[in-house]
Design a protein around this ligand. Structure first.
Ligand code: NAD
Length: 501
């Protein structure tokens, strides 16, 4: 465990992480079992009350110190991310920058968003002063994925800490070093509250132990299949659960869109991080008039990207070796179902560096259109009009992000409003992910609940409602002493008022 001083009674067995780029070992980490996880939760619980008792401004200052430490160690953190995921150092650095933006926002806004606020009372409660306050839950468990091993879990960790909770973090078994470093930097930067963020390492069984450990909420990011398993475990103890899962994001391109900008964004949205982005671009619906030109532009740009192991590569290897088989199956299935491979194709999908694949005319029921591919593949289908584009974009069991490319921002926003997606970018891709004030999350197989923004802070709180009686009311309806006739008059008064409108 990477916490303050927690030691295990008997050393846990260790597991090794490997570089997806070279296959060389990166590091060894303990595979924590239920006993260690339980000790971690107890340890965090022991210090959480002191953290929750701080004025919001003190928590803000501590979190900003942690942010400063992360910024100071940006290169080290980015190097760890790059080693574990294989992504280019520049991409890893960008991930740290995005994380810093979110942490700063959560730290600076938690006090305002969660503080006690008054609410108005009603006709029969004028004698009450009513207010509500958002209080921390206690200890939050966070289970993270490997694709953005810092940015993604920090959408829960940073916001949960800002809301006054402690956190036990279980990073992906592919990227434990990033999680260990994160907790170490917290403990160094905020020594007075060391152990408030504790990282436990291991694979599924460590995550399962965390789900069973009695945490006050479990925030999960990963695939919908795993989310179902973890949620079933949480259901046994009614542990609240938040699920941030996969996506099959669509981009709609209208006839009057700037095709150069659209092609540029589609290529980046589909291929950056080797397509291993939950809200990455996987489907494009372009109106028929511009479909051929858009395809040409996308292929032209994708073809020109430096790929492979070089330092200038646009993206790195597939982080999860097993995902290559999924990508292969989707591409082969799409082509054998009548889809056209405009760039790459069934024979081109090889581990660990998968060359870009651009498909077109893929039947809507092919796996490449219905399942998360999570690889550098994009399918661009033609549609008759915007209505058909919206219909197809919405016909997915996923509903995470989406994008619209359109001549006018207002028209784009009108199309966005018709999309079944948790977040939509108009004339850019993934624009929402970089705005900390915007909540992020989906529905359907993309999960439920929100991280980021005000909703993301409230997600790690429980609300307490309070009334304080200011004076004894002339008609005290909550007393057995009220004469029946007075009660009757009050009921009739309410009835006549509510009948009006
Ligand atoms: P995964 O579901 O395989 O694993 C996620 C985490 O769950 C890992 O830490 C893993 O060790 C743990 N886990 C696995 N089995 C478990 C079990 N039975 N009990 C408890 N924990 C268990 O997902 P992954 O491959 O790490 O990540 C990729 C997926 O994550 C993709 O579907 C991607 O779209 C999604 N994702 C979503 C978001 C989002 O914010 N919506 C962000 C990033 C990634």
């Amino acid at each position: 465990m990477e916490s303050s001083t927690a030691e295990t009674a008997r050393p846990a067995p260790v597991f090794t992480t490997y570089s997806p780029a070279t296959g060389e070992p990166v590091a060894e980490h303990p595979a924590h079992g239920p006993a260690e996880v339980s000790r971690a939760v107890d340890g965090v619980r022991a210090v959480q009350a002191g953290w929750a008792a701080l004025p919001a401004s003190r928590r803000r200052d501590h979190l900003l110190r942690w942010k400063k430490a992360l910024a100071t160690e940006l290169d080290t953190v980015a190097r760890t991310i790059a080693e574990e995921t294989g992504k280019p150092a520049g991409d890893a650095a960008l991930e740290v920058v995005l994380t810093l933006e979110h942490l700063a926002w959560a730290a600076r806004n938690a006090g305002r968003v969660l503080r006690r606020r008054k609410v108005s009372t009603g006709l029969f409660t004028v004698h009450q002063r009513a207010s509500l306050v958002h209080r921390p839950l206690g200890v939050v468990g966070v289970i993270g994925p490997w694709n953005y091993p810092l940015y993604t879990p920090m959408g829960s960790i940073g916001y949960a800490l800002a809301a006054g909770n402690g956190v036990v973090f279980k990073p992906s078994e592919l990227t434990p070093g990033t999680g260990v470093l994160l907790a170490r930097l917290f403990n160094d930067a905020v020594p007075g509250h060391a152990g408030l963020l504790t990282t436990v390492t291991g694979a599924a069984s460590t995550g399962d132990a965390l789900a069973r450990s009695g945490v006050d909420k479990l925030a999960f990011t990963g695939s919908p299949g795993t989310a179902r398993k973890v949620m079933a475990v949480c259901a046994e103890t009614l542990t609240p659960f938040l699920a941030e899962c996969g996506g099959k994001d669509a981009v709609i391109v209208t006839a009057d869109a700037d095709l150069s900008a659209a092609a540029d964004a589609i290529v980046w949205g589909a291929l950056s991080n080797a397509g291993q982005t939950c809200a990455g671009v996987e489907r494009v619906y372009a109106v028929r008039e511009i479909h051929a030109e858009l395809c040409e532009r996308v292929v032209e740009r994708a073809k020109a990207l430096p790929t492979g192991a070089g330092a200038d590569a646009a993206y790195g290897p597939m982080t999860l070796a097993g995902q290559v088989a999924v990508v292969e199956r989707h591409v082969t299935g799409a082509v054998s179902a009548g889809g056209r491979a405009l760039l790459g194709g069934p024979g081109s999908v090889r581990a660990p560096y998968v060359e870009p694949v651009v498909l077109s005319d893929v039947p809507e029921d092919a796996a490449a259109m219905t399942e998360e591919t999570f690889g550098p593949v994009v399918a661009i289908n033609a549609v008759a009009d915007v209505d058909e584009a919206v219909e197809r974009a919405n016909a997915s069991r996923y509903a995470l992000g989406a994008a619209v490319f359109c001549g006018g921002g207002r028209a784009g926003a009108a199309i966005a409003a018709r999309l079944r997606a948790g977040a939509v970018s108009v004339n850019s891709v993934l624009g929402f992910a970089a705005v900390p004030a915007l909540p992020f999350g989906g529905s359907g197989d993309s999960g439920f609940g929100r991280i980021h923004g005000e909703e993301g802070l409230r997600a790690f709180t429980s609300v307490q409602s309070t009334t304080v009686q200011r004076f004894t009311p002339p008609i005290a309806l909550t007393s057995f002493d009220v004469p029946a006739a007075t009660r009757e008059r009050a009921v009739r008064l309410a009835q006549s008022l509510h009948r009006r409108r």
